[in-house]
Write a new protein. Structure first.
Length: 839
C-alpha cells in the first residue's frame, strides 16, 4: 500500500489525469443514468395522466372471480363498475349510468371535488365537462330528470357529487354518471380495473390472476403503452443496456490509455521489482492498489458532480425551452445508479490491472529493466511510412508528428475511440430526443389536443345536420376566439380498382370484416373494390395550407372550387403506401343521397339511394400530414379519406353544414367562460358535443417538455464529459512525452515548428475522428430511425446535417485545444527540464 501511495505521489500528473478520467466517467454514468431514469418517470407520469393508472381491465366478471381478485397480494388497487342504463341528451350526450367502487376514480387520477360519492338511491355524481354538455350548472343538490334508454322510463337523480374531469374519458368523449357503489345483488356482470404494485413482474402477475380466477383472456385488455414505459413488457431495454456498455467502453478506454502510458514508462521499475523477487501477482496487487486508491478519492467527487450537473442542466434547459412555470425540475436520484457507477469503475480497475499484468508478464525482468529492444523492433516492423518518405511531401516537423502518432499505435487508437464514441453518443442522444419530441407532438395531435376546443356532432346522425355558415360566423365573433376551423364531413365509399390496393391492405380490411359484423371495410364489385371513406370539405384557407404537406400534386384552389378534384389521404404501413393512386387518376366516390346513417349503412347492406361521383386525383397526402385525425370521423387505416373544396362538396352532396369545428382561443382568456359561449352556439343544433381541451393539452405538453428537457440534458452531459475526457486523454499523452519533445527540440526544432508539430497532431485527431464519427454515427442514426419508424406516423428520415457539421467542428476544435495547452507548457520549459521530466 505504501509503495502504491509513493507511485501516486511521484507520478502526480498521471495520477491526476486518471482521477479526472474516473471523475468524468462517474459523472457520465450517474448523470446520464439518473437523467434516463427521470425520462422514464416522465414518460410513465405522462401516460398515467392521459390513460390512467390501470394496468389491466377485465370485462364480464362474476362474484366468485371478484372474490379471487380481492385476495391477490400483487394487486395495489382494484375497482369495479357495473352498468345500470344509459341517458341520451339531445343526441349529443350519451351518458352511461354506472355503479362503481369508491376508489374507481383513482384509476384515472380523479376525485370528487365538490360534494360526496353517491351512496343512496337516486343520487348521482358527474364530471364538470359532462355537466357542461348537459347544459347544467355545476351546482350540488339540483334534481335531474333522466330518460333511461333501455328501461324507457324517466328517473329522478339528485346531484350529490361533482367529479374533476377525467382525462381519458374527456379526450375520448366518454360520459359516465356514477349512481352509487357496486352491489353484487344488483348485477351479475362487472368490469374490473386493476393496478399492480410496480416493483413486481406485472406480466407474470396478470397470468397468475387470469389462471387463479379462471378468466377468459379474450375479456382482458392491458394498458400496453403504460406497461412498456414501465419496462414491464418482457423485453430488454436495449437503449439503457447499450448506453451503459458504451459509457463503460469509453471510461475503460480513457483510464487504460492514461495508465498504460505511465506503465510503459515504468516498465524498468517493475523489472527491478521482479528481479529482486517480486512476483507477477505482487505487481498486479500494486497496480490494483494504485487504481483503487485513486478511485476511492475520485468516485464520491464524480457522484456529487454527476447529480449537480444533471440537476443544473435540467433546470437550465427547462427554463430555456419551455413556457411553463416550474420552481424545480426534480431528477430521480437512484441508489442503483450510484452503485452501478461504483461497480463499473472497480470492474474497470480490475480489468486494467489484469491486462497490464499480462503485458508486463510477457517480457523478462532483464528486458523490462532495459526497457525492451523488442519494442523498437516491433514498432519498426509495423511502420508503414517512414520519416524519409514523408519529408518528400511535407515539412520535417509534420513528418515527425506522423512518426510520433504511428509509433504508439495503441495510444492513437485509444484517443480515436474516445473521440469517436463521444461524438456518436451526442449524435444519437440528440436524434433520440428529436424522435421522442416528434412522438409527443403526434400524440397530442392524435388525441385531438391540437386545438383549445373541439365541437363535433354525433357521427350517427344524418349527414345533413350541422352548424350553418351563420353559426360559424357567430363563433368567430365571440370575444376571445382567435380562430375557428370548420369542416364539412360526409361518410361514404370509394370505388377503386383491386390492382391498386396493396395485398396486405386487402387482407387487413378483410380481417376487419370478420371482426365486426356491422362494419364492412371492403366489398368486391367486379374488378373493383368498394372501401370506406370519409369525404372532407375544407374551406379555402385550410385547403391552401395542405399544399406544402402534399406528397404529390398541388392545390389549385380555383380548379378545386369549380371541378370535382380531390386530395387522397393515403394510409401507410411500414413506409409502404397501401393504395397505388397517382395524381391524375380517376376514382369514384358514392354516398347516400338522404344522408341517413344506420348499422346497415356501415355493413354496406342498406337499400338507400346512392349518388356516385367521379373525381380526379389532384394530390396525395399521408395520414401523418393530414391535419384532422379525429377517430370518430376519419376512416384512418381502414379505408381512404378524400378532401374536396367545401364549395364543391356542398354542390355535389347538397349538404352545406359543418359537422366538426376546432377552435383556438386568444391568450389570457377565461377558458370556462368562453366554453359556455361556444356551447350556446353549438346548442343551436342537437347532437353537438363540446370539449375544452386546452388545459389537458397544456398539461400534456408540460409532461412532454419535462421529458425532452431530461433527454437534451443527457446529450449535454455526454458532450461535456466527452470533451473533457478527450482533452484529458490527449493532453496527458503529450505531457507524458515531455522528455521526448525535449530531445527533439535539442536537435534543432524551433519553437514555431514544435508548436505546429503538436497542433498538427490535434488537427489530425480531429479530422480522422470526425470522418469515423460521421460515417458510424449516420449508420447508427439510420438504425435508430428504422427501429422507431413503426411507432411514428411521419416516416421521413430527417438527416440534420447541422449536428454533423457541429460534431466535425467540435472534434477539430477539441483536438486543437487538447494539444495547444500542453504544447504551450512544454515550450515554456527549458530543453534540459523537458529531457529530465519523468512524466
Amino acid at each position: 500500500m505504501k509503495l502504491a501511495i509513493k507511485y501516486i505521489q511521484k507520478y502526480y500528473k498521471r495520477s491526476f489525469a486518471i482521477a479526472l478520467s474516473i471523475i468524468l466517467s462517474v459523472v457520465l454514468i450517474v448523470g446520464v443514468g439518473m437523467l434516463s431514469q427521470s425520462v422514464k418517470k416522465a414518460e410513465v407520469d405522462e401516460l398515467k395522466y392521459t390513460s390512467g393508472n390501470t394496468h389491466l381491465k377485465i370485462d364480464d366478471l362474476d362474484k366468485e372471480q371478484m372474490d379471487v381478485l380481492n385476495q391477490s397480494e400483487e394487486i395495489k388497487n382494484i375497482s369495479y363498475t357495473s352498468f345500470y342504463d344509459g341517458y341520451n341528451y339531445k343526441d349529443k350526450a350519451l351518458v352511461n349510468l354506472i355503479y362503481s367502487s369508491e376508489n374507481y376514480l383513482e384509476s384515472d387520477n380523479a376525485s370528487i371535488i365538490k360534494g360526496r360519492f353517491p351512496k343512496g338511491e337516486g343520487e348521482i355524481a358527474l364530471e364538470e365537462w359532462v355537466l357542461m354538455n348537459l347544459d347544467l350548472e355545476p351546482r350540488l343538490n339540483q334534481e335531474l330528470e333522466l330518460q333511461l334508454v333501455n328501461k324507457g322510463e324517466v328517473k329522478k337523480f339528485k346531484l350529490v357529487g361533482i367529479i374533476e374531469d377525467r382525462v381519458p374519458n374527456k379526450t375520448n368523449g366518454i360520459m359516465e354518471g356514477i349512481i352509487g357503489p357496486v352491489d353484487t345483488n344488483k348485477s351479475n356482470s362487472f368490469i374490473g380495473y386493476i393496478e399492480f404494485y410496480e416493483d413486481i413482474d406485472i406480466l407474470k402477475a396478470i397470468d397468475n390472476i387470469i389462471y387463479d380466477a379462471k378468466i377468459d383472456i379474450e375479456k382482458t385488455s392491458q394498458n400496453t403503452m403504460l406497461l412498456q414505459a414501465m419496462g414491464q413488457m418482457g423485453r430488454i431495454n436495449f437503449e439503457v443496456v447499450g448506453l451503459v456498455v458504451l459509457i463503460t467502453l469509453i471510461s475503460a478506454t480513457v483510464i487504460y490509455s492514461i495508465f498504460n502510458i505511465s506503465i510503459l514508462q515504468r516498465t524498468s521499475e517493475y523489472g527491478i521489482l521482479r528481479a529482486i523477487g517480486a512476483s507477477k501477482n505482487y505487481i498486479l496487487k500494486l497496480i490494483l492498489q494504485e487504481l483503487i486508491i485513486i478511485s476511492v478519492i475520485s468516485i464520491p467527487i464524480g457522484i456529487g458532480l454527476g447529480i449537480f450537473t444533471a440537476q443544473s442542466l435540467s433546470e437550465s434547459f427547462y427554463k430555456l425551452f419551455t413556457d411553463f412555470d416550474l420552481e424545480k425540475v426534480d431528477i430521480i436520484i437512484d441508489n442503483k445508479i450510484i452503485m452501478l457507477s461504483i461497480i463499473d469503475i472497480l470492474l474497470i480497475d480490475i480489468i486494467i490491472a489484469l491486462k497490464i499484468k499480462r503485458s508486463i508478464g510477457k517480457i523478462t525482468p532483464i528486458e523490462a529493466i532495459y526497457k525492451s529492444k523488442s519494442e523498437k523492433v516491433k514498432n519498426d516492423k509495423y511502420r508503414l511510412i517512414g520519416v524519409e518518405s514523408l519529408v518528400k511531401v511535407v515539412p520535417f516537423h509534420i513528418a515527425l508528428a506522423f512518426k510520433n502518432m504511428s509509433r504508439n499505435k495503441k495510444g492513437f487508437i485509444m484517443i480515436m475511440i474516445s473521440m469517436v464514441f463521444g461524438g456518436i453518443l451526442f449524435i444519437e442522444s440528440t436524434f433520440y430526443g428529436d424522435i421522442k419530441k416528434q412522438m409527443s407532438e403526434e400524440s397530442i395531435k392524435n388525441e385531438k389536443l391540437y386545438y383549445d376546443y373541439n365541437a363535433s356532432i354525433n357521427g350517427t346522425l344524418d349527414m345533413s345536420l350541422g352548424l350553418s355558415k351563420k353559426d360559424i360566423e357567430a363563433l368567430n365573433e365571440l370575444d376571445g376566439v382567435n380562430e375557428v376551423i370548420p369542416y364539412n364531413t360526409l361518410y361514404g365509399r370509394v370505388k377503386i380498382q383491386k390492382n391498386l390496393l396493396n395485398e396486405n391492405f386487402i387482407r387487413y380490411l378483410e380481417y376487419k370484416n370478420e371482426e365486426h359484423e356491422y362494419n364492412t371495410s371492403i366489398k368486391s364489385k367486379g374488378e373493383s373494390s368498394i372501401i370506406q371513406s370519409t369525404i372532407w370539405g375544407f374551406e379555402d384557407k385550410y385547403l391552401e395550407e395542405l399544399d406544402s404537406k402534399l406528397l404529390e400534386g398541388n392545390i389549385d384552389l380555383h380548379n378545386m372550387k369549380n371541378t370535382p378534384i380531390c386530395i387522397v389521404v393515403v394510409p401507410y404501413k411500414q413506409n409502404q403506401s397501401m393504395v397505388d393512386i397517382k395524381v391524375g387518376d380517376k376514382i369514384k366516390m358514392e354516398f347516400r343521397k338522404d344522408g341517413k346513417m344506420s348499422k346497415e349503412f356501415y355493413a354496406m347492406r342498406d337499400e338507400g339511394e346512392y349518388i356516385e361521383q367521379e373525381l380526379t386525383v389532384g394530390g396525395i397526402i399521408t395520414q401523418s400530414e393530414f391535419p384532422t385525425l379525429e377517430y370518430w370521423y376519419t376512416v384512418g387505416d381502414g379505408g381512404v379519406d378524400l378532401v374536396l373544396s367545401n364549395d364543391m362538396l356542398s354542390e355535389i352532396s347538397g349538404f352545406n353544414n359543418y359537422r366538426l369545428i376546432n377552435i383556438n382561443k386568444e391568450d389570457d382568456i377565461n377558458s370556462d367562460e368562453l366554453a359556455k359561449d361556444i356551447i350556446n352556439v353549438t346548442n343551436r343544433v342537437n347532437g353537438f358535443t363540446m370539449l375544452d381541451l386546452g388545459d389537458i393539452r397544456d398539461s400534456k405538453m408540460a409532461y412532454s417538455d419535462t421529458k425532452n428537457t431530461f433527454i437534451y440534458a443527457i446529450s449535454s452531459v455526454l458532450f461535456l464529459t466527452g470533451v473533457l475526457n478527450i482533452v484529458n486523454n490527449v493532453s496527458y499523452s503529450l505531457i507524458s512525452r515531455t522528455n521526448e519533445f525535449g530531445m527533439i527540440r535539442a536537435i534543432g526544432l524551433t519553437d514555431k515548428e514544435f508548436k505546429e508539430m503538436i497542433m498538427f497532431e490535434g488537427l489530425f485527431y480531429g479530422i480522422i475522428s470526425s470522418i469515423i464519427t460521421v460515417i458510424v454515427g449516420f449508420l447508427i442514426q439510420y438504425g435508430l430511425y428504422k427501429y422507431f419508424s413503426a411507432l411514428l406516423e411521419s416516416h421521413d428520415f430527417n438527416f440534420d446535417i447541422k449536428i454533423y457539421i457541429a460534431i466535425v467542428f467540435a472534434n477539430i476544435l477539441v483536438g486543437l485545444i487538447a494539444t495547444y495547452f500542453p504544447a504551450r507548457k512544454i515550450k515554456n520549459m527549458t530543453i534540459v527540464e523537458s529531457i529530465d521530466s519523468i512524466e
